[in-house]
Design a protein around this ligand. Structure first.
Ligand SMILES: [Zn+2]
Length: 287
């Protein structure tokens, strides 16, 4: 029987809930997944999945959008019925840090890592409400270009500082970081290198590719490979823990090593990052 641990899974509503979540866990168990590290994105999700062991501050937060600053429930409901979006994604701000850090500190004994933490420099996060092509159009207009770029710089710098502070919080709590980045791999590695200054470097970087992936390995970090690695960008679906075998087989194919060898190595590396995995999991199971 396999002994696999999925170190980066987004298992919470609305993607997975209720009966669907039970089915996902059952499928994972059936292929030999023995542990799942979940990485919530919002503080509210942290509260919902406290029984699982990662908490962090994601670079993308949701905010309510409407004509007035605050919409009451009836107005939001009317918007929903009318099919009008009442929330949108925005970049994390410094004001999001204190509640997240407080939450992590309060529950650090139950955690095995701080995550998901990351930078996200995709255009719709940096410029909420705009698509990449709309941002491109705005920049072509010389009258607006300077303002747009100045705003972009400001949002990215704030996001970097948020990331830095959450990584420091992980270090203070003696926890590893579970990191997933979008369009900002270079800066993510740079900041981790500056903040994770106590060897061994305890970081898992999820879905990194190209030269950024090579750089992370030479710095002593670990990479987690999502099953989406075998899918084309146009053909992406939700990943789930039972698909860990797809990742494993892809590593076997690309590295030309025996499956059993990769499996043992995966488990060993997981143990290196999450040093107290067994103790904390056992403590939780017994309580
Ligand atoms: Zn993720």
């Amino acid at each position: 029987m396999h002994r696999l641990i999925d170190v980066h899974a987004h298992l919470y509503p609305p993607n997975f809930a209720g009966a669907e979540l039970s089915a996902v866990l059952e499928r994972a168990r059936a292929v030999g997944v023995r542990g799942i590290v979940t990485v919530p994105e919002m503080v509210e999700e942290c509260e919902e999945v406290l029984c699982w062991p990662n908490l962090g501050l994601h670079p993308v937060q949701k905010e309510i959008i409407s004509g007035s600053a605050v919409r009451n429930d009836v107005a939001r409901l009317q918007d929903q019925i009318a099919g009008v979006a009442t929330t949108r994604e925005r970049a994390a701000r410094l004001s999001d840090v204190p509640p997240a850090v407080e939450f992590i500190q309060k529950h650090k004994e139950k955690l095995i890592a701080v995550g998901e933490v990351r930078l996200d420099f995709t255009p719709h996060v940096i410029h909420p409400g705009h698509t990449a092509s709309q941002v491109w159009e705005l920049k072509k207009d010389y009258a607006k270009k300077e303002t747009v770029e100045a705003r972009e710089f400001e949002v990215k710098e704030e996001q970097k500082e948020v990331f830095r502070r959450v990584v420091r919080c992980a270090m203070d709590a003696d926890l590893p970081v579970n990191c997933h980045s979008r369009s900002a791999g270079k800066y993510t590695i740079e900041i981790l290198g500056e903040e994770l200054n106590v060897p061994p470097h305890r970081a898992i970087l999820h879905a990194f590719d190209g030269s950024n992936a090579l750089a992370t390995v030479s710095l002593g970090y670990f990479l987690s490979v999502p099953p989406s690695v075998v899918r084309s960008p146009q053909n992406q679906t939700l990943n789930e823990p039972s698909e860990i075998m797809i990742s494993l087989e892809e590593v076997v194919k690309r590295k030309g090593v025996a499956k059993e060898e990769v499996e043992v190595m995966m488990l060993e590396n997981t143990g290196k990052v999450f040093r107290d995995l067994d103790t904390k999991w056992l403590a939780r199971t017994n309580s």
